[in-house]
Write a protein that binds this ligand. Structure first.
Ligand code: HEC
Ligand code: HEC
Length: 414
């Protein structure tokens, strides 16, 4: 009896630890950090217990609200390749000084993006001009990056691997040699691809893993596609009606009859980029040094030590067509509650700020999308729209985060 209760106790403890560890948020939420009374709610690293998932079954099963992922990728999903891609994704040796993995900007428990910075920090502290997009459901994006300059997940990986301010590898060959030096990788590449690592199969393995990060079946899906009338509250239903009606949101963030990607896969100018490029920056910068303690720093002081603000004209950088200035790709809004901050530059910290921006009609200028106009929504209506956006969080995210916590962190060559 004593043994049995001890066993039960261990099982119970384990369940609580697991439930606590899968916190889908930054390690420390910093709620109230601007107050002197701030108390950290950081969860310790020991609590980050992972649980490997069967990602192939997860990717293949039907997901309420999304079409089969297979129709969006040119390759057949395969367990060994997903496993290999997962290993590469968390491998810090894939950057030049062996410190930075893909997962350090696309942080699993932060919605596979970086919640704590508008724009992530790359190799040796270098600045990156754009916000890291979430990788949840990335397999459904027909074009990649905020300016849609890439269209294939397997090719995309070479951008961060080689970018001087991201993982800073000097060449394709140097990355392949690094992988080739590791016995486990040599074995896994032989098993999965019957050949050593090369430019194509490294990309494909990472694409396989990223294609398994599917997260739908949100409360919205259960209500809209699953016919569960109780899944949304009255306020959330009002929000949905505004999203598809007076708000005009679904003109770009599409909802179809059977599925909803919440993107039209097109690029538009909402004025966010125009505002960011053209607005003069303020003379002083507020820097928070500790809870409740802020300092005003002169921008000229910052300029001496920091990098100059990079220019970003969006799609124009790809096409060189003047009318494409400040156009950015419509992101999906699935799991949007988990992926703050928002927009290509991460300048909006909350969904309330985003909705207010749309309510004001974006930033008027000669290239503003004709679909943008002041909405004149009341504050209750704006709150309802935010409530609706909060229903788009998938119940599968915890499984993917627990799986990520169980992944090996490559930092030593065997
Ligand atoms: C230093 C931070 C950083 C690292 C490291 C990094 N990324 Fe990213 N990632 C970004 C940013 C920022 C963007 C958006 C860039 C843009 O739009 O120009 C991005 C974009 C992407 C996209 C496009 C997503 C979309 O919705 O269009 C994918 C896919 C991606 N990264 C995968 C990876 C993979 C795989 C790795 C590792 C090989 C990696 N990233 C490493 C910051 C990073
Ligand atoms: C003209 C097309 C269009 C319309 C209409 C539109 N959006 Fe967007 N939305 C976009 C584009 C393009 C972006 C990306 C802008 C950027 O990155 O600078 C975006 C970004 C967002 C984001 C941030 C997503 C992220 O991951 O950063 C949210 C949230 C959002 N829109 C919600 C809405 C809501 C709510 C409405 C209706 C009030 C709406 N949108 C109307 C095109 C549109």
């Amino acid at each position: 009896m004593k043994q049995l209760s001890l066993a039960l106790c261990i099982v119970l403890m384990h369940t609580t630890v697991l439930a606590q560890s899968i916190r889908v948020a930054p390690g420390d939420s910093r709620e109230g950090y601007n107050s002197g009374n701030y108390v950290t709610d950081s969860i310790s690293l020991e609590l980050r217990q992972g649980k490997a998932a069967d990602l192939l079954s997860h990717a293949r099963k039907s997901h309420l609200g999304l079409p089969p992922v297979q129709s969006f990728q040119p390759f057949a999903l395969e367990a060994a390749q997903i496993e290999l891609g997962r290993r590469l994704f968390f491998d810090r040796r894939l950057s030049r000084n062996k410190t930075m993995s893909c997962a350090m900007c696309h942080i699993p428990e932060q919605g596979f993006t970086s919640n704590e910075v508008k724009r992530p920090i790359g190799f040796e502290g270098r600045a990156i001009k754009r916000n890291a997009p979430t990788l949840l459901n990335v397999a459904y994006m027909q074009t990649l990056f905020h300016d849609a300059r890439e269209d294939n997940l397997a090719q995309q990986v070479w951008s961060p691997l080689l970018a001087a301010n991201e993982m800073n590898n000097p060449s394709v060959g140097s990355v392949l040699n690094q992988i080739q030096q590791d016995t486990t990788y040599r074995k896994l590449f032989a098993q999965s691809f019957s050949e050593p690592p090369n430019m194509l199969n490294v990309g494909q393995a990472l694409a396989q893993f990223q294609s398994s990060l599917i997260a739908a079946n949100s409360r919205f899906d259960q209500w809209y596609f699953g016919d569960n009338k109780a899944a949304l509250s009255a306020e959330e239903v009002t929000g949905f009606k505004l999203f598809t009606g007076a708000g005009g949101c679904s003109n770009c963030h599409k909802i179809e009859e059977q599925t909803a990607l919440f993107t039209d896969q097109q690029l538009h100018n909402t004025g966010v980029g125009y505002e960011f490029s053209m607005r003069p920056s303020s003379a002083k910068l507020t820097v928070q040094l500790a809870p409740g303690i802020e300092a005003q720093v002169d921008q000229t002081t910052v300029a001496q030590v920091g990098e100059a603000k990079a220019n970003d004209v969006g799609r124009y950088e790809v096409t060189l067509q003047p009318e494409d200035r400040w156009k950015f790709r419509t992101p999906s809004l699935r799991n949007i509650a988990l992926t703050a901050p928002y927009m290509h530059n991460g300048e909006f910290l909350t969904l309330e700020d985003v909705v207010q921006f749309y309510n004001e009609g974006g930033i008027p200028h000669e290239l503003l999308s004709p679909m943008m106009r002041p909405l004149e929504l009341s504050s209750d209506e704006q709150a309802a729209l935010v409530a609706f956006l909060n229903t788009l969080t998938s119940d599968d995210v915890a499984l993917l985060v627990a799986d990520a916590f169980a992944a090996p962190i490559g930092d030593q060559t065997e």
